[in-house]
Design a protein around this ligand. Structure first.
Ligand code: NDP
Length: 236
């Protein structure tokens, strides 16, 4: 194993946005560790795959311990794993609320706490993946919106606490097509950029933020939504 290559840990990298981030970093010569609850992951990026529920404290500590012993360094941490639970608040159980908060928010606290020494030693970078839903809502998305709003705030708090060794930034995607029915022509046209986003759009910015080109950027949130949150909408 070439220990001079930089190491990136990507959570939720078995598919969707995380898989694209892992593949992009692997193409840019990073050694990639993908952590996911979905055992199919890791293949596309060619990196090591680790089963890990990022909301579980002991699982996260074991994951970072494995990076310490197997890769020996950690230069980039991409906190991407996330889940949604869309239910009227009257039907949302405490267990469902806590699962969303645990996976989308508490996981970043656990991962950064466990990885702090490795990240400081490498003068590394953290990228969190929040959502435009940190700033705007549909009905029945309380747990998801709260988790992503918390993640935006956790990102800037960490950027101060971990400075100057570690940079911490957040990407808030809008609609990124990863699964389900393909977007219709009207869906693309609704976006000021003329199209729905792709996982590669998020991967490209992640790669930039963890690279030396991003070395003056920390504590920032980048909204990558094709312009939708800047679009004024009036009633028909
Ligand atoms: P996907 O559901 O396609 O992929 C997420 C991956 O994370 C899955 O492999 C999933 O496994 C895994 N995962 C879920 N829970 C855990 C856990 N506790 N520990 C480890 N891995 C877990 O999501 P996307 O690629 O669409 O989204 C990635 C991130 O981007 C998420 O944080 C999401 O909130 C955010 N985002 C996505 C947008 C979009 O339009 N796609 C828009 C805005 C933000 P499994 O499949 O088994 O659940």
């Amino acid at each position: 194993m070439d220990r001079s290559l930089k190491v990136a840990l990507v959570t939720g990298g078995a598919r969707g946005i995380g898989a694209a981030i892992a593949a992009r970093l692997a193409r840019e010569s990073w050694r990639v560790v993908v952590a996911d609850v979905d055992a199919r992951g890791g293949v596309s990026s060619g990196g090591r795959f680790a089963i890990c529920d990022v909301s579980d404290e002991s699982a996260v500590n074991a994951l970072i311990a494995s990076v310490t012993t197997q890769e020996g360094r950690l230069d980039a941490l991409v906190c991407n794993a996330g889940v949604n639970e869309r239910k009227p608040i009257g039907e949302l159980s405490l267990a469902q609320w806590l699962r969303v908060i645990g996976t989308n928010l508490t996981s970043t606290f656990l991962l950064v706490r466990a990885g702090e020494q490795l990240l400081r030693a490498s003068r590394g970078a953290v990228v969190t993946v929040a959502s435009t839903r940190a700033h705007m809502s549909e009905a029945h998305t309380e747990a998801y919106a709260a988790s992503k709003g918390g993640l935006v705030a956790l990102t800037h708090a960490l950027s101060i606490s971990l400075s100057p060794e570690v940079r911490v930034n957040c990407i808030s995607p809008g609609w990124i097509f990863t699964k389900g029915d393909a977007p219709r022509p009207g869906d693309h046209a609704f976006h000021p950029a003329g199209r729905v986003g792709t996982p590669e759009d998020i991967a490209a910015l992640t790669a930039f933020l963890v690279s030396p080109d991003g070395s003056f950027i920390t504590g920032s949130e980048f909204i990558v939504d094709g312009g939708v949150t800047r679009k004024m909408i009036y009633p028909e």
